[in-house]
Design a protein. Structure first.
Ligand code: DGL
Length: 256
């Protein structure tokens, strides 16, 4: 890895567009950073692949980002964090690698005698990391592996009858229950917030984006790697899926 410099870019990746929701928050909190976001669209979804497959895909993306001189990496994907973060941290001992996890911890503060719904990919929910999190903060949590849900965000279908049908099947059993919080444990689901909120109008939907970026900021600060204020922040978008995929990411980045 080249000598890290404070104005070098921060690399960020996901299996596709989901991590753009993290990038937006990062640009808000860190307006002087140069971000390079890589969407591995060609290999999406990650959430139905084996841990080994996700690790080897993540490793490839990290190498691409390091070739571009990134000073830190944000895994803007719960699935890839679960499958690959520990190994990548061991392999790149000097590189700050920030990951994410489903926000069961903040959601647990809202739990009383009802249920907390945790929506994530099958891979995240089956992973060891999730089991550890669940052991600590799982009281009242119902875990819902959502095979096929990220694809709606990938297609830019943020509120369609087909999405409504999908969510109806998934969430109907909980409509009459006392739902205290819904955890959006996949970065793609952040773009589906409106459609999910319709099922539980006054229930908080919790994602890990803000906390992840706070953690990135803390790490950069501690290592004296925060970009200087003379630098104007920007985002560069890359994808294994070609120009159509980049266009889709740009659209979501500019969405209010
Ligand atoms: N956006 C990813 C996550 O946060 C995964 C989506 C997928 O590729 O299955 O888990």
């Amino acid at each position: 890895m080249p000598e890290p410099v404070r104005n070098a870019p921060v690399g960020m990746f996901d299996s596709g567009v989901g991590g753009i929701s993290v990038l937006k928050e990062a640009m808000r909190q860190l307006p002087h950073e140069h971000f390079i976001f890589y969407g591995d669209t060609k290999n999406a979804p990650y959430g139905t692949k084996t841990k080994e497959q996700v690790l080897s895909l993540s490793r490839r993306v990290v190498e691409t980002l390091l070739d571009k001189g990134c000073k830190a990496i944000v895994i803007a994907c719960n699935t890839a964090t679960s499958a690959a973060a520990a190994t990548l941290r061991a392999e790149y001992a000097d590189l700050p690698i920030i990951g994410m996890e489903p926000a069961l911890k903040p959601a647990s503060l809202l739990h009383q005698d009802g249920v907390v719904l945790s929506l994530a990919t099958p891979g995240t929910i089956a992973g060891e990391k999730y089991a550890q999190l669940y052991a600590l903060y799982g009281e009242g949590v119902v875990s819902l592996p959502c095979r096929g849900l990220m694809e709606f965000a990938e297609r830019g279908e943020l509120d369609s009858p087909a999405l409504q049908d999908y969510l109806e099947k998934l969430l109907r059993p909980y409509r009459e229950k006392k739902v205290e919080a819904v955890v959006l444990g996949c970065t793609h689901y952040v773009f589906l917030k409106q459609a999910i909120q319709r099922f539980f109008p006054s229930v908080p939907l919790i994602d890990g984006n803000e906390g992840t970026v706070r953690q990135l900021k803390r790490r950069l600060e501690a290592l004296s790697l925060l970009a200087g204020e003379e630098q104007t922040g920007c985002a560069e978008l890359l994808s294994s899926g070609g120009s159509g995929a980049i266009e889709q990411m740009r659209k979501l980045l500019n969405l209010n």
